[in-house]
Unconditional design. Structure first.
Length: 390
């Protein structure tokens, strides 16, 4: 057996291990069941939903629709308008006029040393009166029974901090082609067993689109003031919770809420380079070898197939075909989760190249200290203070 054939089969074995790891992790992600009808015999604690909103005129109505449909018996909805330059606040005021549960908080100017979202969440939590706080992004829409289901899950597990991975809305072709590839790459780095293990406080992953916290835990953790300069505030909040020995749990929230993260390719690029920037800052030494390995797994199947065909090597062709089949199977599993048609597995190479570009761009911003831009504010790597975007 030639050296190149050995390498091809070694890569096929590594792909199989990746698949096994991915399937194991997805099996460990337990789904949270909604509870559309609360138990009339129970007394439920007051719960405040806090929604940060900056220039969300296209999302805030849908978000409020989902919140106002909740049947949880003692709820308030606190929307913090983070200095929006559109009609976000006007839409919220109209809802508040017809629903006493809805409150609008006019956000104060962003202080030095704060990330915009952390500042908005801090103001919302300060204004909220609930024993429990549910932080929901403006692009997220809760499904019936989400609030009651999440709170019941948290109480059943005895955890004061719970986060859920929401379902993703992918209505356009470019979203279906690219978003699953990004999620597939991230899922491989999602050690759910360690995330939900209180004895491993260093590893924490959370979803800011849906984060439920009991008030005493929020105060004990230090609230968002304790992570005021963190771009990836959700993961840092969960990590801090675990470090301070507050029990934390991450679950599958596809039955609780849906999110459409980005409606334009430009927003997709800006948003994911911001999100990946967090990991690139935490473990910068892992990014270069990670890029090399990821590129190799992308190119290797096609190289093996082409090389095997040119050299008439059945073994090389089979090794390449196995690598490709495993990669497509992993992609199909993610597509199925997001209800994306099977034909989009053919877009996997484009999606993988896009993820490589996103990760490389994020790493470049870390190396150069250029920071990231989000919602019209630029945040530098060396400091959290924003500067106006060009």
């Amino acid at each position: 057996m030639s050296t190149e054939t050995r390498v091809a089969w070694l890569l096929a074995g590594l792909q199989a291990l990746r698949a096994a790891w991915g399937y194991r992790q997805s099996g460990r992600m337990l789904r949270i069941a909604p509870v559309p009808t609360p138990d009339p015999e129970r007394t439920y604690p007051r719960l405040s939903v806090v929604v940060p909103a900056r220039n969300e005129e296209h999302n805030i109505a849908g978000c409020l629709d989902g919140l106002q449909l909740q049947t949880y018996p003692d709820t308030e909805i606190v929307v913090v308008d983070d200095r929006s330059e559109d009609v976000t606040a006007q839409i919220v005021r109209q809802r508040a006029a017809s629903d006493t549960r809805v409150r609008l908080i006019e956000g104060e100017p962003l202080p030095d040393g704060w990330i915009g979202k952390c500042w908005a969440l801090h103001q919302g939590a300060a204004a909220a009166s609930g024993e429990w706080l549910l932080f929901v992004d403006a692009d997220t829409r809760l499904l019936p029974g989400a609030v009651t289901g999440a709170l019941d899950e948290a109480r059943r597990r005895g955890v004061p901090v719970l986060s859920a991975l929401t379902a993703q809305e992918l209505p356009t072709a470019w979203e279906r082609a690219l978003m699953p590839a990004v999620f597939a790459a991230l899922a491989e780095a999602l050690p759910v067993e360690l995330v939900n293990n209180p004895d491993v406080p260093q590893i924490a992953i959370a979803n800011g689109q849906f984060l439920l916290v009991r008030r005493d835990a929020y105060d004990g953790i230090g609230g968002h003031a304790s992570i005021r300069d963190e771009i990836g505030e959700d993961a840092k909040f969960a990590q801090r919770a675990k470090q301070l020995r507050w029990r934390y749990w991450l679950g599958d929230g596809r039955d609780l809420a849906t999110t459409r993260m980005y409606t334009r390719p430009a927003d997709f690029w800006e948003g994911w380079t911001k999100n990946l920037h967090v990991g690139a800052r935490l473990v910068p030494w892992l990014i270069p070898p990670g890029l090399v390995v990821y590129l190799a797994t992308l190119v290797a199947p096609y190289w093996a197939l082409l090389r095997g065909w040119r050299t008439a090597s059945p073994s090389l062709v089979v090794a390449g075909a196995l690598q490709l089949l495993v990669a497509l199977a992993l992609r199909r599993r993610v597509d199925h989760t997001f209800r994306v048609p099977a034909i989009y597995v053919l877009a996997q190479p484009v999606g993988q190249l896009t993820f490589l570009a996103l990760l490389a761009a994020s790493f470049y911003k870390v190396l150069t200290g250029k920071g990231v831009t989000w919602k019209g504010r630029r945040y530098h790597t060396s400091a959290a203070a924003p500067t106006p975007s060009p």
